[in-house]
Design a protein around this ligand. Structure first.
Ligand SMILES: Cc1cc2nc3c(=O)[nH]c(=O)nc-3n(C[C@H](O)[C@H](O)[C@H](O)COP(=O)(O)OP(=O)(O)OC[C@H]3O[C@@H](n4cnc5c(N)ncnc54)[C@H](O)[C@@H]3O)c2cc1C
Length: 597
């Protein structure tokens, strides 16, 4: 059986780096313990490896089909939804009153990491349903909760997030789907949505779309967007289901992530599509942002999962493939060596490991902050830091994962390009992550244009303080002094660049201020991942003297990978900073006509 994640690394991060067992001292999590966390993780791992992973390639080879208006998905989707619903995987993080287990987000994110590494497409049905239900939990009326949650948590009904329209992708303020109040407790919905993940599937009895629309007469822009529950089949008073005029007009044929359909939906073709307002009118985008934040974190975790699975596939191959001899070996009759002994192959593996384990660490750090917010521990502070970090948690593994999965292919040579091995699929599957839930461009603008400046820069200052604390701790450890100094310098460069950009903002030239926001986001990624590696190195260096056997290798491996990050990746930050300070509005000045011949 192939390995897709390291449970040793997961537990290192959870307990040795982040001490998440401490969360159980809070009332909300008090029924849990490290033992229950371990049990959940081990069961998720078994489910991932024994159930999800075996159909990972099969689902890619047999994507959903659109037949006579019905989307036919792989039979395992139905089994998964029902079994995962029955066993509590859909609502695990929910409160007891919703049948959940009140597990911390950090544990939920680990489950998601394992599931996405095992089979990203299959896990998507589950996480989308949880996200949609979570919106109803937070903003729905009691009647809506009673009508929808039970079936969704049972995996009988699929949940979706229906935002995108033909003319409104990144620009959600341009949503046109209309909603007309009938005065009878529902709105008549008319419009089109595209790219809706799991927007229709024969695996479930109903699909519940959490849909953004505009009530007739609402203000233009984001202030006029409302959130509706638009079921494919509405529920009649006697409990029977009745078609709600939500028609799936087709599905797209994709590069990767093929096991889950993305659907074109047409609402109200027969003039009888009913939508049920969630919360207050015109506050839909704010509500949806809650789900989008969850999904953005989920995208980062998913990218990390896929990249990690690709890394382990490359590692396994590198240990087995015999090719060439050591450069210092002159005897042509000497046996060939496994390619993992070649420095360049080790470099490729170190690159993948440094990105994957750094990104996972950042995601779990963020999840722990979210859990502290939940229990009210320094809630404002951790909420702000987490909010600032989300664009990085989403984007860093999504962008870098394209490179690491490509490097995984490289490790396998020609076989990496062939379907006999899974790495080509990871490379295709991960490509979506820079696009959905807000493109990298949108995330960059969110970080620089909104998060860095929100609350007078408080989130930014607090996040920088967290980085500083780690630098100070590492500076007191002889072996890590140099890396602490390097991160301190990097943080200074980042801070100078931030000041430089904020000065442009002060001139009122928003276009120039945010022109290179994606580059700034990339820079923030290097800084935050460097921080996470130093954090891990502090733990590893302290644990090393008493570690034996495999544990010793584990900690030494951690320290070598940390060194790799600081020697090969961290220097990029300075160059990105230089670009940001000298680009001087080049991309703004570039004229569209100049791209022509
Ligand atoms: C597989 C898949 C699954 C999806 N699942 C869902 C789903 O479940 N629900 C849902 O609602 N949507 C979903 N989407 C849609 C997805 O969220 C959008 O594709 C994404 O938001 C980008 O919108 P767009 O495709 O219209 O691209 P565009 O908005 O046209 O963007 C094209 C390019 O222009 C850039 N750009 C656009 N505007 C700006 C700007 N103002 N400043 C700078 N750059 C800009 C973008 O960054 C991008 O690089 C999915 C898409 C895919 C491919």
């Amino acid at each position: 059986m192939e390995k897709v994640v390291s449970r040793r690394n997961i537990k290192f991060l959870l307990y040795e780096v982040f001490g998440v067992e401490d969360l159980t001292k809070y009332e909300y999590f008090e029924d849990h313990s490290q033992e229950t966390f371990d049990m959940i993780i081990d069961t998720a791992y078994k489910l991932g490896m024994d159930f999800m992973y075996p159909v990972f390639q099969e689902m890619d080879a047999n994507p959903p089909e659109y037949v006579d208006g019905i989307v036919k998905t792989h039979p395992i989707v139905k089994t998964t939804m029902r079994d995962f619903g029955r066993d509590g995987w859909i609502n695990a993080p929910m409160a007891y009153e919703y049948g959940g287990q009140q597990i911390p987000q950090v544990i939920q994110n680990v489950i998601q990491f394992i599931f996405t590494a095992s089979n990203y497409s299959l896990g998507a049905y589950v996480s989308l349903t949880r996200g949609a239900a979570d919106l109803i939990v937070h903003h729905g009326s009691q009647e809506q909760k009673d009508l929808y949650l039970e079936k969704m948590f049972a995996g009988e009904w699929q949940g979706t997030m229906a935002l995108t329209e033909p003319d409104a992708g990144s620009s959600l303020s341009d949503i046109k789907t209309s909603a007309e109040d009938t005065g009878e407790g529902y709105y008549k919905i008319k419009g089109q949505k595209i790219f809706i993940s799991a927007g229709d599937t024969d695996a479930v009895d109903n699909t519940i779309h959490m849909m953004l629309g505009r009530i007739k007469g609402a203000p233009a822009g984001v202030k006029g967007i409302s959130l509706f529950i638009v079921p494919k089949y509405r529920i009649k008073d006697n409990g029977d289901l009745e078609y709600n005029d939500v028609f799936c007009a087709g599905i797209e044929h994709k590069l990767g992530y093929k096991g889950s359909p993305i659907c074109q939906l047409s609402m109200g073709d027969e003039g009888d599509c009913r939508g049920y307002l969630v919360g207050e009118a015109n506050k839909g985008l704010a509500y949806m942002f809650q789900m989008m934040n969850e999904k953005r974190i989920g995208v980062g975790i998913g990218a990390t999962g896929k990249a990690t699975a690709a890394y382990y596939a490359a590692l396994e191959y590198a240990n087995q493939r015999l090719q060439g001899r050591p450069l210092n070996e002159k005897d042509p009759n000497s046996p060939q060596i496994p390619i993992i002994k070649h420095a360049d192959v080790k470099r490729m593996l170190l690159f993948q490991r440094a990105i994957c384990e750094g990104a996972l660490s950042l995601a779990l750090q963020n999840a722990k902050y979210r859990d502290l917010v939940k229990v009210g521990e320094d809630a404002e502070k951790f909420d702000l830091i987490s909010d600032l970090m989300i664009p990085v948690v989403k984007t860093y593994p999504s962008e870098m994962g394209i490179l690491t999965t490509s490097t995984a292919i490289q490790c396998l040579g020609g076989y990496g390009f062939c379907r006999d091995f899974p790495v080509e699929q990871y490379y295709r599957d991960i490509r979506i992550d820079t696009l959905h839930e807000g493109t990298t461009g949108v995330q960059g603008q969110d970080l620089l244009g909104r998060k860095v400046t929100m609350k007078g820069g408080k989130a930014y200052q607090l996040a920088m303080e967290e980085v500083r604390k780690t630098i100070e701790e590492a500076a007191s450890i002889d072996e890590l002094k140099a890396y602490a100094a390097q991160l301190k310098d990097a943080q200074q460069v980042f801070s100078d660049v931030t000041d430089y950009l904020l000065a442009i903002k002060e001139t009122g030239d928003k276009e120039k201020f945010q022109a290179d926001a994606s580059v700034y986001l990339e820079m923030a990624g290097v800084l935050f991942i460097g921080w996470q590696w130093l954090l891990q190195a502090v733990v590893a260096i302290k644990a090393l003297p008493t570690a034996i056997d495999v544990d010793k290798n584990f900690y030494q491996g951690k320290l070598m990978t940390c060194q790799y990050f600081f020697k090969y990746e961290m220097p990029k930050l300075e160059s990105l900073g230089k670009t940001l300070k000298t680009s001087d509005g080049l991309t703004v000045a570039m004229n569209a006509a100049l791209f022509e011949d």
